[in-house]
Design a protein around this ligand. Structure first.
Ligand SMILES: [Mn+2]
Length: 402
């Protein structure tokens, strides 16, 4: 059977688990076991593998789980469910808890998924009735649901949120991760370059979104980073516009926020273009140039040592000085999640990958402008990973001429 997932070398997952075990030792007065649960069949079909589980296991199987238990040997156990043999003809074969799976994932041990609960309880007992999992309040996701589920299930065991500790690993991208991010961005670029010149001939936001999705999925063989936001005219003034179903309006701006994935890593790119291909509307062009200026400020100042708000203050200043409202932050971390979990109290450091996305939203004037790039923080500044995706007025007009 085909073993999916494992986008990175096995040594990377091993190193991450060893790092997690160390972070878990530092979390309390005694080492804590960490439980990460993978998605079920239905969720894998419609969404994608849970990113925390993926980060530490690389495992793409449904109904799997990982226990990293620093209190005993073997430390890392991958729980797998071989599934019901009668379901194979429906759902395909599953990787069971055998030597092949253990070797493929480079874990210390594998075990049957139906032994998970008893093994977790035993591990938590050895750690003084404490267990670590991951949860978060904003954009909770599958792992947070599992945190709530196990919290209810495990009576007398205290669940500790390991996410604030584990982000100290996940915030820093290694060369392989950056290579996947570059690949996701290259796919996003090719999708935009193919789609932008066609916009003057298209009739509805749905057509633009569909063409982008086709390019991204065709090139990536994988899921999207997130459902694209394609907002024509006033739709572009809604930050997370979800509908993508309105007629295109000749002469109006079109905001496109989208991204492909590669190896599970997400691109996150926004461009705002005139639907007829020319920045001929004076007001739109003036607002566009202002946002572009702020985007350039973000890129010019992003470097190690800057705090979240310091970079925000620098890049939003011209927008606020011009009398517009700041509706959101300039940047977020990017990785396996398009909004990657992170510790935002820490200043920027080399190896972090962030967005740079100033915007002006004018529902009363019937449009919004956002220009979003992805930056890799380097030793003395940043590398704009999305620099080959056109964004100046001149570049975009040239691309849209075809
Ligand atoms: Mn973004």
């Amino acid at each position: 059977m085909i073993i999916r997932g494992l986008a990175l070398p096995l040594a990377t997952y091993r190193r991450r688990r060893a790092g997690a075990a160390k972070l878990l030792r530092d979390l309390g007065d005694r080492p804590l076991p960490l439980l990460l649960v993978g998605c079920d069949e239905g969720r894998l079909r419609t969404v994608r593998q849970d990113q925390w589980f993926d980060y530490y296991s690389g495992c793409a199987e449904p109904e799997a789980a990982l226990l990293v238990d620093p209190t005993r040997e073997p430390r890392d156990t991958l729980f797998l469910d071989a599934g019901d043999p009668k379901r194979v003809i429906w759902d395909g074969p599953r990787l069971g808890p055998d030597a092949k799976a253990r070797r493929a994932h480079g874990v210390h041990a594998v075990a049957a998924r139906d032994t998970l609960e008893e093994r977790v309880i035993a591990a938590a007992k050895r750690a003084g009735n404490r267990l670590a999992m991951c949860t978060r309040e904003r954009e909770p996701g599958f792992q947070a649901e599992q945190f709530a589920f196990w919290k209810k299930k495990l009576k007398g065991i205290t669940l500790v949120n390991a996410e604030p500790a584990l982000v100290n690993q996940r915030m820093f991208k290694d060369a392989d991760e950056v290579a996947w991010l570059r690949r996701a961005i290259a796919i996003t670029r090719s999708g935009l370059l193919a789609t932008l010149p066609r916009i003057p001939k298209l009739k509805n936001e749905a057509e633009v979104a569909s063409e982008l999705v086709m390019h991204y999925r065709k090139a990536a063989y994988g899921p999207l980073a997130f459902p694209p936001i394609v907002g024509s005219a006033v739709g572009g003034a809604t930050l997370h516009y979800p509908y993508n179903d309105q007629p295109l309006v000749k002469g109006a701006p079109l905001l496109i926020d989208s991204g492909a994935t590669a190896g599970g890593y997400c691109a996150d790119v926004t461009r705002t273009v005139p639907q007829h291909g020319r920045f001929s509307d004076k007001r739109f062009r003036e607002v566009y140039e202002l946002v572009l200026h702020c985007n350039a400020l973000g890129r010019a100042h992003a470097r190690p040592g800057l705090t979240r708000e310091e970079l925000n203050d620098i890049a939003w200043k011209p927008i606020i000085d011009a009398g517009f409202i700041r509706h959101h932050g300039l940047w977020h971390h990017i990785g396996l999640d398009v909004h990657d979990p992170a510790d935002y109290t820490q200043p920027l450091k080399a190896g972090m990958v962030i967005s740079n996305e100033p915007g002006i939203y004018l529902p009363d004037e019937g449009f919004g402008v956002r220009i979003e790039d992805d930056l890799l923080i380097t030793a003395d500044g940043c590398d704009e990973l999305t620099k080959d995706i056109p964004k100046t007025v001149k570049e975009l007009e040239a691309v849209m001429r075809g």
